[in-house]
Ligand binder design. Structure first.
Ligand SMILES: Cc1cc2nc3c(=O)[nH]c(=O)nc-3n(C[C@H](O)[C@H](O)[C@H](O)COP(=O)(O)OP(=O)(O)OC[C@H]3O[C@@H](n4cnc5c(N)ncnc54)[C@H](O)[C@@H]3O)c2cc1C
Length: 439
């Protein structure tokens, strides 16, 4: 059997970043299933297209002005606009300190994923296009079973993203606690994201703004969005829970539902309705699909993690990173920065033979951000369209109202802050102490 110091399952941003750091000191192999895309010549990571990064996320990634030049930026973003059926608020600052002076950027995710892969290879890691079927422990070492043969390694990095096909069975070796499966099982812990690449009429292209519509479709943290890419091409997408029963929802309350909908409409139908309602003077044909992008014909769908993060069983020499550890925010889907940073921390801890410090190190650097994401998602749990109207009106009044309006909004702000504060406790779904080691 082939032997390495480190085996990484998954060659997305988290896995490649971990491999780059680990490879500085250890023999490292990365396994990536390999996904084909219209806009990439060969199979690679399961990259979404453009992604958004906010100003302070660069700080969390420890990317300074010089390294920032490596990011293939598509658009500089000046604001995010959140709309509900009856209210809207525009945010032009994240309110968190950063050296980057704008609100954020959208970037070419495929190109950046490919760059991270190159950086891992340049650092000495081997990158194999092969699916991992599972892992086992043999003679105290981790064995990764892949389509390309088995590999033994001292350290195992689980970076297979939110589907966790390898992560979940591997972690179950270290616990009999059913909460792990409840929290990480893709059926109950994930949303689905569906997106289309559409060319916008020039006058409608939201060049410098990220747009979100909350309370338009049913389900917790379910919403459509528009993100600008390049040359009038935008990603029009949505995220929603995987299995939603519509019977508890009043179709009349949700702009993108009709009385005839017995089941959740497909993402394509939701997005057509969105475009029709936003731009009644245009037809959907005025926003043609850009078919040479995305996974197939300008369209792509992905699972997305919508649960709380877990710690890793580091005493078993296992690190879980990125989407696999549920680092992605259930509230706004942002997770690239956390995948990048958790991968980096895990890889560096492994390179320096101090993996036991991994959980504490990522909590110190990223715990505040993860708490914020978990608390925001909990805050809006069960929200109806009317609740979003109230939330966005309070935000609008507080950010842009006169002093009297701000004063009137104060009790609502205090109450929201109080509820938010209560939700930051217990943001971890599974801690290091919850594992029991039987190696
Ligand atoms: C539609 C959408 C939009 C998003 N927008 C943003 C955004 O704007 N900003 C942001 O910050 N984040 C965004 N995210 C979240 C971000 O994409 C994730 O947080 C990030 O990709 C997580 O990185 P990762 O490396 O942990 O996992 P992934 O990127 O999911 O990578 C996991 C890799 O593992 C591979 N793999 C899986 N199983 C196996 C196996 N058995 N064997 C070998 N390889 C395997 C997969 O092919 C994949 O390449 C978005 C996500 C989606 C789905």
């Amino acid at each position: 059997m082939e032997e390495y110091d480190v085996a990484v399952v998954g060659g997305g941003p988290a896995g490649c970043r971990a491999a780059e750091e680990a490879a500085a000191e250890k023999s490292t192999v990365v396994f990536e299933s390999g996904v084909n895309r219209e806009d990439r010549d060969a199979a690679g990571a399961d990259s979404t297209d453009a992604a958004g990064l906010l100003d302070y996320w660069l700080e969390l990634m420890e990317i300074g002005p010089e390294e920032f030049d490596d990011i293939p930026v598509l658009q500089e973003i000046e604001s995010a606009r959140f709309r509900s059926p009856e209210a809207s608020v525009e945010i032009t600052e994240t309110g968190v300190d950063s050296w980057y002076q704008g609100f954020g950027v959208t970037f070419d995710r495929v190109a950046f994923d490919d760059l991270l892969r190159e950086r891992a290879i340049d650092a000495g890691a081997e990158y194999r296009l092969a699916s991992v079927r599972g892992t086992r422990v043999e003679d105290g070492r981790h064995v990764v079973e892949s389509a390309d043969g088995d590999v033994a390694a001292d350290y195992l990095v689980l970076a297979d993203g939110p589907q966790r096909r390898v992560t979940l069975p591997t972690l179950q070796r270290y616990t009999s606690d059913s909460r792990l499966h409840e929290h990480l099982g893709p059926g109950n812990a994930n949303h689905i994201a569906y997106q289309e690449h559409r060319r916008f009429p020039q006058e409608l292209f939201p060049e410098n703004s990220l747009e979100f519509w909350w309370g338009y479709i049913p389900g917790d943290t379910a919403y459509p969005w528009v993100f600008p890419n390049d040359a009038e091409v935008a990603r029009v997408g949505l995220t929603m829970p995987s299995d939603l029963d519509l019977s508890g929802y009043d179709a009349a309350e949700y702009p993108l539902l009709t009385e005839d909908d017995d089941t959740v409409p497909p993402g394509r139908v939701y997005l057509e309705r969105l475009l029709e309602q936003l731009y009644p003077e245009y037809s959907v044909d005025d926003f043609p699909l850009v078919e040479d992008r995305g996974k197939q014909g300008g369209v792509e769908s992905y699972p997305i993690s919508s649960t709380r993060p877990i710690e890793s069983p580091v005493d078993a020499d296992v690190a879980v990173v990125g989407g696999a550890m549920a680092a992605t925010s259930a509230f706004h889907e942002g997770g690239y920065h956390l995948a990048y940073a958790t991968g980096e921390i895990a890889g560096r801890c492994i390179a320096e033979d101090r993996l036991e410090e991994y959980n504490e190190e990522w909590r110190n650097r990223l715990g505040r951000e993860m708490k914020r994401n978990v608390a925001l998602a909990r805050l809006v749990e069960g929200y109806s369209p009317r609740d979003y109207d109230r939330l966005f009106q309070v935000a609008e009044d507080t950010l842009h109202g006169g002093w009297l309006t701000k004063l009137k909004a104060l009790p609502s702000v205090m109450s929201l802050r109080y509820r938010y504060g209560g939700f930051t406790d217990g943001y971890l779904a599974f801690t290091e102490d919850d594992y029991s080691y039987q190696l």
